[in-house]
Design a protein around this ligand. Sequence first.
Ligand code: TYD
Length: 137
Amino acid sequence: MRVIKYVFQPHGDDRGQLIALEEFKDIPFKIKRVYYMYDTAEGVVRGHHAHKKLEQILVCIHGGCKIRLDNGKEKKVVPLEKPYEGLYVANNMWREMFDFSEDAVLLVFASELYDENDYIRDYDEFIEFIKEHPNAD
Ligand code: TYD
């Protein structure tokens, strides 16, 4: 499984850092939705789902967390702890987010509006789904 991590170029000067993200340039899709998680309680694991169509870029803009990616054949854990790093999460990919630091803010850019019908929340169903819709690698 190929992990695609973007390193965004900050516009840094002696005042500090600024990162600007544009669709189709820094983010590889049209950004239809942005959401973020914060105040995540200790020990919580979020996610536990895949999407049929939706693609995402995850950025932990403050603090840190870990993302477990699972394409049905292979699992990888990716730490996210830099505000200039973005993790691409393809469709047809099971994901779990865990090990949130107390101060973690996890920002998500999504290619689709919220649609419960796009979710696969059952792992066995996910395994069946990817047999018909395999991921690129
Ligand atoms: P949930 O799917 O449990 O988050 P995750 O699986 O990523 O940890 O979402 C929590 C709640 O927020 C749930 O009631 C659905 C709602 N929600 C929206 O209304 N819009 C959104 O864009 C998202 C991501 C969630």
